[in-house]
Design a binder for this molecule. Structure first.
Ligand code: ATP
Length: 706
């Protein structure tokens, strides 16, 4: 290993590594994934007209990535910005000049945005007698697929239009600018107008299908690639809605819980709360990340508000988790008042259903499910639906966000989580559903055996060692394993690989759910700060986590589902950053499961217009042809066991010892055990070796992965 080279890798990358989680600088790469102005242009009609200039997308230019013709028209008519602060009465939004239907269609197509009206305001239709066969057929078919009315809402041209057209709070607008956000990503471009002012956004498009008479907005489902800025897309309208309500009733001084954001892991909830706090700075909107033992104002089922009127102090940071929990148990301790609460489902549901009483959240008007497909997966489904049931406000609006969405989750949203006061449900898909990781360079690496994986990983860690044929991979990177045991074992194997001069074992860490909360947040902070270079983890970190400077993701074990592949590798190449590499190791045992992952890679590359340009990138045709189709059984096995079945249970060991060394160790252990046994037999005279003892040892031995 070349210590100096490794050191220089560490120091050369220092600026970016030091700020793994730095704010977006003023000069950003274009965060749009699919800005192809020539896409969707009707060439026949536009013959003779100049095509929009792709160079106009440069982040330094004034945003004019749409066709110049529209831009000029729109710019000329743009209304003057009117400033108002959080407390002031908001002036009525000034109607903005709308793009005509054809222009809107062209822009949406060029950005690969597809809107569908999944369910409208229709009242339940009168029951018509149906044949049993027909009823059965309808029950099997997911309803979401039935309704396919396309919608063409006005897109967002630039972040400055949020203020000038959609009249967002000036403070919120300033905070966005301060953080360097200028060009909206595709999901923001499509969803922000709809969520900020659905009437204005839909004023030219099939408006007769969407009943907005109650003016309470829409329910929304967005499926957009990883790292495409979904967090901002739901935080901006949520914060703005609260500011708008405040401006309309200035007498309301207290924080009232208006919105809940649910995320599947503590790390993600914490990250969303932090993003929200940055956006809400100085607006008076309070965003709180839920903690164990926290008390929030709730209403018990008889209708009595249990915590209102008590002091609105925030809980002290110094209080220990146990104390907080005891306080909550006794229903004492300060109540945390917030406008927006960010939580994991279990934490909130526990609070609402603890003891014999059920408590409701009558003030909540927005429920946001981030990573909605996993929140509606059997693992979290009951908890998520439980919370939805306890949000009793008539005007509750639901929005669901993820990079992947299966049909069962979609049906649940459109059928089970129906709003109480019917609102239209609009779905937005950005790019190709479920397969989009277009900004990442994908590589499949055959390692032959389990031990080969360790060897291959070491080659990535030490790129300058002699005979290294591993693909180029820059630090810092994330390594995903299938189980906690494997993450721990891999960490033990690798922790002394970084020389002491370069920071030693502190540079490699592991993160999984068996660690305590303080341990978990310490690891996350160090990785964000660039102190940890290699983070070995499990699927705990695969969703939503935004480590800005992560250069690569290694799937040490192949992911259990294609959705897991999409989310894991989506930890790199975020917000339009080029250069993220995703390396997936596979052994001969993984081959039967590989085809669906190879398909995702091929589709992602196709979307990005790549054709396996880099060496070892993409999926070569010969491999695609050779891989067997993944059968239902294989899929289930993969989901259950995470790839090769030999990694289950005791057989999860990761070791760099050669087979010969392991056999030697085993023989030594056997000899010691035998000698002990003989001694015992000699002492007692009648000690008999239990039947099957040797067999047990044998099976343990057989469990070591080769
Ligand atoms: N308009 C923008 N311009 C530049 N950067 C942006 C923009 N919007 C969001 N970002 C940045 O992009 C990164 C990814 O955003 P975010 O975490 O919201 O992605 P996501 O779509 O939720 O991803 P995932 O599906 O993995 O959860 C963040 O660092 C965020 O600051």
């Amino acid at each position: 290993m070349d210590v100096l080279k490794l050191l220089s890798r560490g120091t050369k990358k220092a600026p970016s590594q030091k700020c793994v989680d730095a704010k977006p600088a003023a000069k950003q790469p274009n965060p749009q994934l699919y800005n192809d102005p020539t896409r969707g242009v009707k060439r026949k009609r536009n013959e003779g007209q100049p095509l929009p200039d792709p160079a106009a997308n440069d982040a330094d230019e004034d945003v004019d990535f749409f066709a110049p013709r529209e831009n000029q028209k729109q710019k000329g008519k743009k209304t003057q910005a009117v400033t108002h602060n959080a407390g002031e009465k908001a002036p009525a939004p000034i109607p903005a000049p709308a793009l005509d239907d054809e222009e809107v269609r062209q822009i949406l197509r060029s950005h690969r945005l597809k809107f569908t009206l999944v369910s409208s305001h229709d009242e339940p239709k009168a029951k018509v007698k149906k044949s049993k066969k027909k009823e059965k057929k309808e029950a099997v078919k997911p309803k979401a697929k039935d309704n396919k009315t396309p919608l063409y809402p006005q897109p967002l041209n630039s972040f400055s239009d949020l203020r000038s057209i959609y009249n967002i709070s000036s403070r919120l607008n300033e905070n966005l600018a301060k953080q360097g956000y200028r060009i909206p990503t595709e999901v923001q471009l499509g969803s922000l107008p709809l969520l900020l002012d659905s009437r204005a956004a839909l004023r030219t498009s099939c408006a007769e299908n969407v009943d907005l008479k109650d003016q309470e907005g829409i329910d929304f489902l967005a499926i957009a690639p990883t790292g495409s800025g979904k967090t901002l897309a739901f935080l901006i309208p949520t914060i703005n809605k609260i500011l708008r309500m405040r401006a309309e009733s200035p007498e309301q001084k207290q924080h009232v819980l208006e919105a809940i954001v649910i995320a599947p892991t503590r790390e993600l909830a914490h990250q969303i709360a932090n993003e929200g706090k940055k956006l809400a700075q100085g607006t008076g909107v309070k965003i709180v990340g839920m903690k164990k033992g926290m008390r929030i104002p709730v209403e018990d089922q008889e209708g009595e508000t249990t915590s209102e009127g008590e002091s609105s102090e925030e809980e002290g940071d110094s209080a220990s988790e146990d104390d907080e929990e005891n306080d909550a148990e006794k229903n004492t301790g300060p109540v945390t008042k917030a406008d927006i609460l960010v939580t994991t489902p279990m934490l909130l549901l526990n609070l609402l259903t603890r003891g014999s009483k059920r408590r409701t959240l009558p003030t909540v008007k927005s429920l946001i499910l981030d990573e909605a497909d996993v929140l509606l997966d059997p693992l979290f489904r009951d908890q998520t639906i439980g919370i939805w049931n306890l949000c009793t406000n008539e005007a509750l609006r639901l929005s669901c966000w993820s990079a992947t969405m299966d049909s069962s989750a979609e049906s649940l949203i459109s059928e089970q989580l129906k709003p109480r006061k019917t609102a239209p449900l609009v779905r937005l898909v950005v790019g190709l559903k479920d397969t989009a990781v277009p900004s990442v360079r994908h590589k499949l690496v055959f390692t032959g055996t389990e031990q080969g994986k360790l060897f291959a990983l070491r080659q990535l860690l030490h790129p300058n060692s002699a005979g290294n044929s591993a693909p180029e991979m820059k630090l810092p990177f994330l390594v995903f394993t299938q189980t906690i045991e494997r993450a721990t074992a891999l960490h033990s194997e690798l922790k002394f690989d970084v020389p002491i001069q370069a920071g030693g074992s502190a540079r490699i860490a592991t993160l999984h759910s068996a660690l305590s909360e303080p341990q978990r947040s310490a690891v996350v902070s160090k990785f964000r700060a660039g102190e940890i270079w290699v983070l070995i983890t499990t699927d705990l970190l695969m969703r939503g986590i935004d480590f800005r400077g992560v250069n690569g993701v290694i799937n040490y074990d192949i992911p259990a589902t294609t959705a897991a592949y999409v989310h894991r590798v989506g930890r790199t190449g975020r917000a339009g950053h080029e250069g993220g590499v995703a390396v997936t190791f596979y052994t001969k045992e993984d081959v039967p499961h590989l085809k669906s992952i190879a398909n995702v890679i091929a589709l992602s590359d196709k979307q990005a217009g790549k054709h396996g340009e880099g060496e070892g990138e993409g999926v070569p045709k010969w491999l695609m042809d050779a891989l067997p189709k993944v059968g239902k059984n294989e899929k289930q096995k993969l989901k259950k066991h995470g790839g090769a079945e030999s990694r289950i249970g005791n057989k999860t060991k990761i070791t760099s010892k050669s087979a010969w060394e392991r056999r030697k160790d085993h023989n030594r252990r056997e000899a010691i055990a035998g000698s002990k046994r003989r001694k015992l037999e000699g002492a007692d005279g009648d000690e008999v070796r239990p039947a099957g003892a040797a067999a047990t040892d044998e099976s343990e031995w057989g469990g070591l992965d080769d």
